[in-house]
Design a protein around this ligand. Structure first.
Ligand code: ACO
Length: 325
């Protein structure tokens, strides 16, 4: 029996030019390159230039994905953009991308699930394609987290970076088996009882300001390892696949220790984990598509590879997606 699948048709990414090494934080804070590397695996991150906004990053990533897929904006009929750092409270950052890539029809909108945003966006794109609402969806994760950091708080400001990644998914008829190309399963979760562990202390309807990141790091760490392994396993089970089927684990890039422990729990050897956290830091919703695009540009991803993506962030919100490349 045939089925409709959302199949990858090009990906791309963009990183702002400015690279901030760990050592730069040690000039203003009681921290060190050694501490940040040992505790997080992060060595450097990119920060957007003054005047460079989330939509600028998203547009550059979108153009790279279109070029990779041999497509133009006119070939896209929907954009789902995941961000916690939009240009404005409204309109959506997605409509700015829509105009910039010359997409004159269709629709574009943002979604907000913080660091899990890209996985949630993939699930939305999959639903749009399967329901017949869209043929080709541009899924973007884009963030300028440097704009919502407290640069006096050493426990948070060293962790995050800016960037954008994009993946185009298109409707294809497949056989309906776990050997199909495309998105095979997604698993989404949230639990609002944990809002106090990771949040931004501002917002339009509370303080009228953008606010800055507040986090209980150790608590988040514990939730992350347990919940990421659970959701990764759940996505595989829904797809009718097993741990041994995973070719590449592409996790949210927050902390190398979280990634290593989750990979161990999932039974994926570390050589099969795409790791970019050392160069990007935690770019929230952008981290998975950035890692995916870097792996693709390095020639790591081969047609037929089973890619398992998983992420967790503020909410808490967490999820996973199994995609055959
Ligand atoms: N430099 C030096 N010392 C620091 C720094 C720093 N940048 N940050 C914290 N410390 C200190 C603390 O103040 C503390 O000092 P104290 O013992 O004198 O009180 C000490 O280091 C240990 O602090 P912990 O919080 O226990 O350190 P931990 O090993 O847990 O590492 C970290 C902290 C890196 C934040 C870790 O908890 C973590 O990565 N948590 C996950 C958080 C995360 O990734 N959040 C991102 C958003 S959610 C997501 O994307 C998954």
């Amino acid at each position: 029996m045939t089925t409709i699948r959302a199949v990858a048709r090009g990906c791309g990414h963009y990183l702002p030019a400015r690279v901030v090494e760990n050592a730069e934080f040690a000039t203003t804070l009681d921290t060190s390159d050694e501490w940040i590397r040992a505790r997080t695996g992060i060595e450097r991150r990119h920060f957007a230039a003054e005047g460079e906004s989330t939509s600028d990053l998203a547009i550059a990533a979108a153009r790279a994905a279109l070029a990779d897929g041999g497509l133009t904006g006119a070939d896209i009929d929907a954009i789902v953009l995941a961000t916690a750092t939009p240009d404005n409270t409204f309109p959506s950052t997605a409509v700015r991308v829509q105009t910039a890539i010359g997409m004159k029809a269709g629709f574009a909108f943002d979604i907000q699930a913080v660091c899990a945003g890209f996985v949630f966006a993939l699930a939305q794109a999959d639903a749009l394609i399967r329901s017949g609402s869209a043929e080709r969806v541009l899924v973007i994760g884009a963030e300028t987290f440097s704009r919502i950091l407290d640069f006096t708080d050493r426990a948070t400001c060293v962790l995050f970076g800016d960037g954008a990644g994009a993946l185009i998914l298109e409707r294809q008829e497949q056989t309906g088996t776990s050997g199909d190309r495309g998105l095979l399963a997604t698993d989404l979760n949230s639990d609002g009882r944990y809002t106090d562990l990771l949040y931004v202390d501002g917002g339009p309807s509370t303080t009228g300001t953008a606010g800055v990141v507040r986090m209980a790091g150790q608590e988040i760490f514990k939730h992350a390892v347990i919940k990421l392994a659970q959701t990764g396993g759940a996505a595989l089970a829904k797809a009718g696949l097993e741990k041994a089927d995973v070719t590449w684990l592409v996790p949210h890039q927050a902390n190398l220790r979280i990634m290593t422990m989750t990979a161990q729990k999932l039974g994926v050897p570390i050589e099969r984990v795409v790791v970019t956290v050392q160069d990007h830091g935690n770019t929230s919703a952008a981290s998975i598509p950035l890692a995916l695009s870097v792996a693709n540009s390095e020639g790591k991803l081969r047609r037929g590879d089973l890619v398992l993506m998983e992420a967790i962030g503020g909410g808490l919100a967490w999820g996973a997606a199994a995609l055959r490349w």
